[in-house]
Design a binder for this molecule. Structure first.
Ligand SMILES: [Zn+2]
Ligand SMILES: [Zn+2]
Length: 267
């Protein structure tokens, strides 16, 4: 049985679990190990019931606690060579990452237990930002948390997904009318920052396919979005798709920012 849980999603910190409850993968280390262990224990799980950590990129909301994960857990930390070089220099990870360094295959998949992991690069203003396609015995899971703009490769990966986690960061009107300085607004919306609700919805129109069962919208902005706005944008895409593909009804959800989501059973 494949399960997915978000422990925290957004600029406050990112950390996600995918696995069967006994073994699995953690994506990003944006919450403390103490919190992660508490949440896993509350689910009745062994707090060390994952065998590796995947890193999406070197922004603090994704790696703030990776150093302590490495120091205390000593589990493999997967990234590509470019991201690992950045982590080896990063103030928060450089003293601890070497002993956990696990390189992803440059081409093709890397096997970790029953999971086959393939990274793909997405545009974002970090040293390197990776999305992941993870093939599991129960289906294919794709996660892309910080996406400046959708690429053909990211769409192609997502079109293989049975279960998709995709950013829907901001509402354009809220961002533009909001208090952020002009430079920060431009940083967010000009292709190397984050994906707007509208961009997520138009990407989803390209991604939707008969096998897609679950869509989780992640990394919602606290200041420039609401769960209802993010949901409604992509719900329009889902409704249109269902009209022309009766019988296939993907489930759409938004992930909470600072609190854990339920444990979703996928498939
Ligand atoms: Zn982020
Ligand atoms: Zn980022």
């Amino acid at each position: 049985m494949l399960k997915f849980k978000s422990f925290s999603s957004g600029s406050c910190g990112n950390c996600y679990y995918l696995g069967d409850g006994k073994d699995g993968l953690v994506v990003d280390a944006g919450i403390s190990l103490r919190r992660l262990k508490k949440y896993l224990t509350e689910e009745g799980m062994d707090p060390s019931s994952f065998s590796a950590v995947l890193v999406t990129h070197d922004h603090l909301d994704h790696v703030r606690h990776l150093g302590s994960f490495c120091k205390r857990l000593k589990k493999p930390v997967y990234a590509d060579a470019v991201l690992h070089e950045a982590l080896a220099r990063h103030t928060f990870t450089r003293d601890y990452i070497a002993s956990c360094r696990a390189l992803l295959a440059e081409d093709g998949e890397t096997q970790a237990g029953p999971y086959f992991i393939r990274a793909f690069v997405v545009p974002h203003d970090a040293t390197r930002t990776l999305g992941y396609r993870i093939r599991t015995p129960e289906g294919t899971f794709v996660i892309m948390t910080d996406v400046g703009r959708m690429t053909d490769e990211a769409v192609a990966m997502a079109r293989e997904a049975d279960f998709l986690v995709m950013e829907s960061n901001y509402d354009v009107d809220m961002l533009m009318a909001g208090p952020y300085p002009h430079e920060l607004k431009m940083r967010i919306c000009q292709g190397c920052g984050h994906l707007s609700n509208d961009e997520a919805a138009s990407a989803l129109r390209r991604i939707l396919h008969p096998g897609l069962k679950e869509i989780f919208l992640c990394h919602l902005s606290e200041n420039n979005n609401t769960p209802a706005l993010a949901y409604e944008s992509c719900a329009g895409a889902v409704r249109d798709y269902v009209k022309s593909h009766p019988g296939s009804v993907p489930v759409l959800r938004t992930l909470p920012r600072q609190t854990p989501s339920p444990f979703f059973v996928l498939g």
